[in-house]
Design a protein around this ligand. Sequence first.
Ligand code: MN
Length: 384
Amino acid sequence: MNDFPIENLPYGAFSRDGSVHLGVAFDERIFDLHAASRSGAFHDVCEPGVLEAENLNPLLAQGPHVWAAVRARVRSMLGAPVDAELFVERAAASMRMPVAVADYVDFYSSEQHARNLGKIFRPGSEPLLPNWKWMPIGYHGRSGTIVVSGTPIRRPSGQRKAPDAERPDFGPSTMLDIELELGFVTGDDAIFGLVLVNDWSARDIQAWEYQPLGPFLGKSFATTISPWVVPLDALAAFRVRPAPQDPVPPSYLQIEDDFALDVALDVRLQSEEMRVAGMAPAVISQTNARNVYWTMRQQLAHVRSNGTRIRAGDLFASGTISGSEPTSYGSLIELTWRGTKPIRLPNGESRAFLEDGDEVTLTGRCDRNGVRLGFGCCSGRIEP
Ligand code: MN
């Protein structure tokens, strides 16, 4: 299936001739927005600096009217013959961060995930904390270590403390995990588009540090996003009614015309041994973003509710997306139940958590009402 038909037209940044250009993915190619802008194709739509920038932030700051005008122009240009100089082959392109991420927020909006982690981290107590169904729980993460798909991930070191140990020790994480998430990128006050997010997590560091102030170094060492930002406009065909919420949330979280997105999500893992043997990555989880309890608009409304400012280039991630079946959990700590039920890989290896050389790839696909599109890949390989 082609992730990037004319209905999609996601934005990214890639290197060309020693500089970074913005582009739009279309089938197997990238339409070079920078080059098209220099040829005057957008002179009546936005200032040259917007599409000739090295990331999407100037475009994000323009707001929804300009976003719609740029998208309409790109779509009409790609519907007609275009100068071959305005394209590069996507497979050969080196992708860069599409956005200079301003602030990064990570939510915790999948009920199944929150319940699973409650059972794992706080056995014997109620899995869902009392606030969970009243607001989208989240924390501010570290934007400076958000990296684009393909960037190697160094195994972090930190303090870990075994339950029966007297004191913690400092060393490489032995419980390195993934988190399957979707994230949205904002302009000043509106959702521009979505990316896949792998919010890498060191569970041993997390478990020892997280009380009382929440996630910190076990989360901040790296977060990977997919290189193509899928415009919210492209996802209109995949809007679905969100599941009813009980209890009914406070009025600022009751949003008319709210929606969830029907995006099928897969996680694949390929070990070093599998790669050397030429074996394809193994699917270790499959789920869907429509199951997420709190919607993107509720997340944004919640962040804004205290009067804070939303900036162009802010990234808001959903939190790990887990379905109700054990094969649809979005992290290894859930899939292996904190390592007690290791995953079997097709070559006979087993995994509780990630080993050096493991490569994890997230994909997202939409297929509804005759429209099919995808998010591309979000990959990272673990290095010692
Ligand atoms: Mn997360």
